[in-house]
Design a protein around this ligand. Structure first.
Ligand code: 3HC
Length: 330
């Protein structure tokens, strides 16, 4: 059942017969839907891929605050400013839950921070695109958080307990994120001709990068086969991408907007939309650091880290004196 061969990458998943007794018992727990907890035995590969995915997910939440954060001081009304502040604050909390979930696997927060600040760690490529107008904030909520929800809802059933529980909490807040974004798009599409044009321009720029959030095509996905066998992933990248397109095209129709893909067409036989090919050359270029804002995002995170040094030092100094007082009192 597991001996799937990922065609282009050759990533191979062990069959039950190839597993030793401990691995087989582990896999049988997964197949029985029993959550794996941090203290349980787990194959090193399971631990490593979870640290990889959860830390990248956490980094995405933290870096994801930057494109929207730039618009807090330029929001068109006090209400919009308050909503955007609440959303950006939520993302910081999502990052916190996810870093905590990753730490239960034995990686330190300091190490994860170092990996992000040095440029070694990945975060979602979507956050390397600029937010040029207020409509981008609507498109991000509607499309980026919409894609994130599509990807995060199945992660609530992830086999690793702390990740699954973090996702249950995150998903409760994501729906508000998507609703407020779509509400911005509805207001703009109901507004002046220029406002509707601004909404269409934002859709044009955010549509394809949002489809890239689901990862490379299944044929090029290095981790999917194993992650699905370990029930970290419930669906493949292409399956979730298709679900996102099927859900979002009617929403664009309702707004009177057109996604920038002439190949989008309802396919009755499939009961789904056909759509064009993602520009994988752009995807891998942005993932490798060649996106419009990669450098700016990393510089912003490094500046925030440096600017916060005084606060961290103060906390450490306080902790040292508090511990010294405790020892003296004993
Ligand atoms: N951006 C950057 N890197 C990406 C990527 C993307 N959009 N999609 C895939 N990759 C990377 C993978 O990390 C992997 O590289 P690695 O081996 O160095 O880690 C490589 O491309 C091959 O991809 P795979 O499909 O084999 O990798 P996965 O099985 O990990 O699938 C994923 C990729 C679907 C993104 C999966 O990691 C996942 O579901 N992650 C959790 C969800 C997540 O991180 N979402 C990011 C957005 S968070 C967000 O939007 C916050 C919201 O509040 C706004």
């Amino acid at each position: 059942m597991y001996a799937q061969q990922v065609k282009s990458t050759g990533a191979r998943v062990k069959s039950l017969e190839e597993m030793d007794a401990q691995e087989r018992a582990f896999q049988e727990r997964i197949d029985a839907g029993i959550k794996i907890e941090p203290k349980d035995w787990m194959p090193e590969g399971y631990r490593k891929t979870l640290i990889r995915q959860i830390s990248q997910h956490a980094h995405s939440e933290i870096v994801g605050q930057l494109p929207e954060g730039n618009w807090i001081t330029s929001a068109p009304t006090l209400d919009r400013k308050a909503i955007l502040i609440a959303k950006v604050q939520d993302e910081a909390g999502h990052g916190l839950y996810l870093y905590c979930a990753a730490e239960t696997l034995g990686v330190s927060r300091d190490q994860m921070t170092k990996d992000l600040l040095s440029g070694k760690a990945k975060y979602s490529s979507i956050f390397n695109y600029p937010t040029l107008t207020w409509a981008d904030i609507g498109a991000i909520g509607w499309l980026v958080d919409g894609a994130a929800i599509m990807n995060q809802v199945p992660l609530q059933r992830c086999s690793f307990g702390p990740y699954s529980r973090a996702m249950i909490r995150v998903c409760k807040e994501e729906s508000f994120h998507q609703r407020q974004g779509y509400d911005i798009m509805m207001k703009l599409c109901d507004g002046t001709v220029e406002q509707k044009e601004m909404a269409q321009d934002a859709l044009n720029r955010w549509w394809w990068p949002s489809l890239m959030m689901f990862g490379p095509s299944d044929n090029d996905s290095v981790h999917s086969a194993q992650s699905m066998a370990w029930k970290i992933k419930q669906d493949s990248n292409d399956e979730l991408r298709q679900k996102f397109v099927d859900q979002t095209v009617p929403q664009a129709d309702y707004l009177g907007l057109k996604p920038p893909d002439p190949d989008i067409k309802w396919n009755e036989a499939r009961g789904a939309y056909d759509f064009g090919e993602v520009d994988w050359e752009e995807f891998f270029r942005v993932v490798k650091g060649g996106g419009p804002c990669n450098k700016e995002r990393l510089a912003a995170r490094n500046k925030a880290w440096d600017d916060g040094a005084w606060f961290r030092d103060g906390l450490m100094a306080y902790a040292a004196t508090r511990d010294a007082r405790k020892v003296a009192a004993e």
